[in-house]
Design a protein around this ligand. Sequence first.
Ligand SMILES: NC(=O)c1ccc[n+]([C@@H]2O[C@H](COP(=O)([O-])OP(=O)(O)OC[C@H]3O[C@@H](n4cnc5c(N)ncnc54)[C@H](O)[C@@H]3O)[C@@H](O)[C@H]2O)c1
Length: 390
Amino acid sequence: MEKVRTAVVGCGMISNIYIKNLKNLFSIIELAAVGDINRAAAEEKARTYGIERVMTIDEIAASPDIELVINLTPAFVHYSVIRRMLEAGKHVWTEKVMTVTVEEARDLCALADKKGLCLGAAPDTVLGAGLQTARRALDTDMIGTVTSGLAVIDRDQCLNSEVFTFLKGSGGTLPYDVGIYYIGALLSLLGPVQSVKAFGAPAPVHEPRFLFHGADQKPWQIPGSNVISASLRFQCGALASVLFDGNTVNVSQHALTLFGTRGVLRIGDPDTFGGVNTLLYPDQAPCVLPFTHGYDGRNTVEPTPYDHYGHRGVGAAEMAYAIRQGRPNRCGKEYGLHCLEVLEGMERSAATGETVELNTRFTMAPLAPGYYSSFLGGMRADAEGSLVNG
Ligand SMILES: NC(=O)c1ccc[n+]([C@@H]2O[C@H](COP(=O)([O-])OP(=O)(O)OC[C@H]3O[C@@H](n4cnc5c(N)ncnc54)[C@H](O)[C@@H]3O)[C@@H](O)[C@H]2O)c1
């Protein structure tokens, strides 16, 4: 298969693991260029990871040989970057959230359809070994029919926004920044949501606490609901309770559990690729499920400080295969749009007190099982084979 010539736009923190994985793990990708509004950032990544070309955003858009753009800019600039690249005829993979409003995301989906281009969106942790194994447990009827679910995550999002400064803007609340991993996981396991009912609370005005960032910083308030307590009704009939609290502390008391007619599945951290799944049956010891899939997040090439970010980029690689094979990609634009519609639905319900009915739909085929990330005690194995078929 001909490689897909790719450019990364946005050379900040998360680009480290993307670039490393794109260069080392996915033979379908040829990482040809990097670009950033801040040229020095792009130059630094090109030097560190040995990438041939540093280009401006205009040059990437105008370059006939770049087919795919991977957008790693902050959420509030996603719309403008993605639109620009789709207009220029590029396929686009974007980090989460696709945009900060459903209206913008719908516009991009329509543009991609009109131009016959692929648009894909994170979270791609749903393609990791943890969540694909959970999906296989459901698809092989290990817990019967899912009747309900629970998703919980806590953070001090205001404190975190001192370090990850893009969190100060739109898309920076805990539900949009981290809750989306839980929403994406639930969607990948249970399918589309029918309706949403929620209560919400804003982030407080934050007085900066880290003096090493400069004592003269003004206070700020992350816009939107930083605490959400919601009920979701899925189209399949399952109900889920969701609690995202960004006004507490960083102790990550995450929970993701599905309750079924014959068993319970406790799912590992969906913000990782290798969350451990535990099966619970009455009167039996809990049973940890071995991974049935590759991409478990463990590094198989030279270690770097960014390896805990796991196999990010797998969604873009799966999309590159889909482009070559003329089939839909798994973390497609409809999935990205539906994730956003759930998040915005929660915000709307919290603001109006009404139950919000969702209109968008998506499907996501599971990856084929029986592939592994590593073998013989840590060597790179055949996981890429699972991305090839639709
Ligand atoms: N940091 C994380 O832990 C993490 C994890 C997973 C996903 N993400 C997602 O990845 C994306 C980037 O996160 P990050 O932590 O790397 O942010 P970052 O702030 O470290 O980097 C963003 C980069 O984008 C560049 N940029 C901003 N506007 C641009 C524009 N218009 N055109 C080109 N470049 C532009 C900035 O100069 C910067 O170098 C976000 O969508 C975020 O939600 C971040």
